[in-house]
Design a protein around this ligand. Structure first.
Ligand SMILES: [Zn+2]
Length: 574
C-alpha cells in the first residue's frame, strides 16, 4: 500500500510541472489555459499529435491523483482526512474539470487537422466526435436529476432489512442463508426477503417511471428516436447494433436455456425434491461444506503466483510486479471498504488490487479475475495515449473472466482433486446460469425503451413473458408478485441502463479462450497477451481477433461453445 503510493511515473513529464498540486484548481487553471492556447495554435496534424501527448500526460496525472485518493480512502474508511481528500476531488476538482475537458474536446473535434491524424488515432477520433455530437447543454440538468433518482434507488434498496435469527439483517447478508443445507431456514429467509421487497415495490415502480421520462427526454434532446439508440451511441457501441443483441437473446434461448434447465433438473434429483422452489437454487446440491482454499492472504498471493507462473512465465513476471511493489491490499479488516476492485494508476501505469479476503473460494475467484484486469493494465502500458491504455468493457472482461477460466485447471494449488473439480464445475455452471438472466435483463430494457408509452401493467406482463422464455423450472406458485418484481433487485436496470450485455459478450470471448486453451495453451496465451497489449487502440472486433477470438454472438459461436461446456461438465462430474 505505502509503496504503491510512491511509484514513479512510467514516463517523465514533459508538459506538467513536477510540483503541481493536482487537487488545487487554482494551479490547474493555467494548465488548461495553456492546453487551450496550444490547441488554438496548431498548424498541422503533427502539432495535433504533439498536443495529444501533452493532453494525455495531464489526463493520466489527474487520473492517478483521483485513483490514489480513492484507494487511500477505501483502504482506511475510518480516516477522516482520507475521505475528505477524496470528496474534495469528487465535489470540487471533477466538476471544475469536466466542462474544461469537454471544451478542449470540442475545440479538438473542430480542428481541420484532427481529421488528418494517422489511422492510429481512428478509435480515439470516433470517440471524441461522438462525445461532442451527443452533448447538449439542456441535458446537463436532466442528467443531474437522473443521478438523484438513482441515488434514491440505492437508498431504498440499501435501507431494506429483515429480522432473522433474532437480529436485523441487510438483504445481502441474509442472502447467504440461501446456501445453507437447512431447507426450512432457506424458505423462511427467502419469504422474509420477498415480503420486504414487496413493501417497496410501488415506490420503485414509480421511481423507474420518473427515470424513463427523463431518459426519453435526454434521447430526444440529443436528436435520437429513442433512448436505446441514444445509449448505443453514448456507450460508443460502434461495433454492434441493437439487432445483434436481440439475436444474442435468441441464441441464449436456443442453446443455453435448455442446458440451464437440465442442470436444474439434476439439482432437483440430487436434492431429492419433487419440485424446486425459489429457495432451492443456491444451496450446494451435494450438500458439501464451503471450500476453504487458504488461511492468510500471503498464501493466496503465493499460490496464485504459482498458478500464473505455471501458465506462462510472462504472467508470473507481471504478478511479481504486483507483489514486489505491494500493489495489493487483500486482507479484510476493520475500517476497510467492502468488496473488491482493480484500479489503475495511469501515470505510473501500474494496477492496484483491492480485496477483502477471508479465506473463501470466492476470494480465489476474485483474485484470478482482478489479476486478469491487472495483466491488461501492465500489458498495455506501452500505449502512448492515455485513452488507449484502457479497453472497452466488452474486452476488459475477456481479460479477467478469461483468466478465471485459464487458471481453473490449476486450482490444485489450493485443493485436493475432488475439491478442485467441484470448484471448476461450480464455475462453469455459474457461467451457464448467468446467460439467461443477462438475456432477460437486456431484452427487458430493449422493450422498455422502444415502448416509451407503456403502462406499468404492460411492463409487468412483458417481464413475465421473459421469465417464461429464459427462466428456470422452479415453482413460483404462491409468489406471483415476487416473480413479477424480480427485476427490482437488478441495480443496472435503474442505474446504468443497458449495461449488462457487455458481460455476456465478454463471457463468450472468455469461453472461446478457454476452448482454445484446451487445444493449445501456449498459443492461446500468446494471443491473449497480444490482444491485451493493444489496450483500447483498436475497435472491438480487432481486439477480439488479435486474441484469436471471434466477435460474434450468434448460434455459430454459441452452439459449439455450449457443447464443449457440457462435455467439460461431464468430465468434471464425480
Ligand atoms: Zn471485471
Amino acid at each position: 500500500m505505502l509503496k504503491a503510493m510512491q511509484t514513479s511515473h512510467f514516463a517523465p513529464r514533459h508538459f506538467l510541472p513536477e510540483t503541481i498540486d493536482l487537487t488545487d484548481t487554482a494551479q490547474l487553471a493555467p494548465v488548461f489555459d495553456q492546453l487551450s492556447a496550444k490547441l488554438d495554435a496548431v498548424q498541422s496534424s503533427a502539432d495535433v499529435e504533439a498536443w495529444l501527448r501533452d493532453h494525455s500526460e495531464v489526463s493520466a496525472a489527474l487520473g492517478e491523483s483521483s485513483s490514489v485518493a480513492y484507494i487511500a480512502m477505501t483502504c482506511q474508511t475510518d480516516d477522516e482526512a482520507k475521505e475528505k481528500a477524496y470528496m474534495h476531488i469528487v465535489e470540487v476538482v471533477d466538476p471544475w474539470l469536466k466542462p474544461r475537458q469537454f471544451a478542449l474536446m470540442q475545440k479538438l473535434a473542430s480542428s481541420p487537422f484532427f481529421a488528418q491524424l494517422p489511422p492510429l488515432y481512428d478509435v480515439f477520433r470516433r470517440s471524441v466526435e461522438t462525445q461532442v455530437k451527443l452533448y447538449r447543454e439542456e441535458n446537463v440538468a436532466r442528467e443531474t436529476a437522473v443521478a438523484k433518482l438513482t441515488q434514491q434507488y440505492q437508498k431504498i434498496s440499501g435501507a431494506m432489512t429483515v429480522q432473522f435469527d433474532g437480529q436485523e439483517q441487510t438483504l445481502p447478508r441474509i442472502s447467504r442463508v440461501q446456501e445453507e443445507p437447512d431447507r426450512a431456514r432457506r424458505e423462511a429467509a427467502w419469504k422474509l426477503v420477498a415480503e420486504r421487497r414487496r413493501q417497496d415495490a410501488d415506490k420503485l415502480e414509480e421511481l423507474y417511471g420518473q427515470l424513463l421520462v427523463l431518459r426519453n427526454e435526454i434521447a430526444h434532446a440529443a436528436g435520437f428516436a429513442d433512448f436505446r439508440a441514444y445509449t448505443f451511441a453514448s456507450y460508443e457501441r460502434f461495433d454492434y447494433t441493437p439487432e445483434d443483441c436481440l439475436r444474442f437473446h435468441d441464441a441464449v434461448e436456443h442453446h443455453i436455456v435448455p442446458l440451464a434447465r437440465e442442470l436444474q433438473e439434476e439439482r432437483r434429483k440430487k436434492l431429492g425434491l419433487d419440485r424446486l422452489r425459489p429457495w432451492d437454487l443456491a444451496v450446494d446440491p451435494d450438500q458439501n461444506p464451503p471450500l476453504h482454499p487458504f488461511k492468510e492472504s500471503p498464501e493466496l498471493l503465493a499460490k496464485c503466483h504459482e498458478i500464473f507462473a505455471t501458465l506462462d512465465p510472462r504472467l508470473g513476471e507481471y504478478y511479481h510486479v504486483l507483489r514486489s511493489q505491494e500493489l495489493v491490499d487483500l486482507d479484510n479488516r476493520k475500517g476497510k471498504a467492502p468488496g473488491g476492485y482493480q484500479s489503475t494508476l495511469p501515470e505510473s501505469r501500474v494496477p492496484f488490487i483491492f480485496m477483502n479476503a477471508v479465506g473463501a473460494h470466492r476470494d480465489v475467484e476474485v483474485m484470478l479475475h482482478e489479476a486478469g484486469h491487472a495483466f491488461h493494465a501492465l500489458a498495455s502500458r506501452e500505449q502512448p495515449l492515455h485513452a488507449y491504455r484502457s479497453a472497452p468493457i466488452e474486452f476488459c472482461e475477456v481479460a479477467s473472466m478469461g483468466m478465471e477460466l485459464l487458471a481453473a485447471p490449476h486450482l490444485g494449488a489450493f485443493y485436493d482433486e475432488n475439491e478442485a473439480k467441484r470448484a471448476q464445475r461450480d464455475h462453469l455452471e455459474g457461467i451457464i446460469k448467468f446467460f439467461p438472466w443477462m438475456a432477460t435483463v437486456d431484452a427487458f430494457q430493449h422493450w422498455i425503451y422502444t415502448h416509451p408509452t407503456h403502462t406499468r401493467e404492460e411492463r409487468t406482463a412483458f417481464w413475465l413473458s421473459l421469465m417464461d422464455r429464459f427462466g428456470g423450472t422452479e415453482d413460483w406458485s404462491g409468489f406471483a408478485s415476487a416473480r413479477a418484481n424480480l427485476w427490482h433487485r437488478q441495480l443496472h436496470i435503474f442505474e446504468i441502463p443497458f449495461y449488462y450485455v457487455e458481460y455476456g459478450i465478454a463471457q463468450l470471448g472468455a469461453l472461446q479462450l478457454w476452448q482454445a486453451s484446451r487445444r493449445d495453451l501456449p498459443a492461446t496465451l500468446d494471443h491473449y497477451l497480444k490482444g491485451l497489449s493493444l489496450g483500447g487502440s483498436r475497435p472491438l472486433p480487432e481486439l477480439f481477433e488479435a486474441s484469436g477470438l471471434k466477435f460474434d454472438f450468434t448460434d455459430k459461436t454459441i452452439a459449439p461453445l455450449m457443447r464443449n461446456v457440457k462435455d467439460a461438465l461431464l468430465e468434471l462430474a464425480c
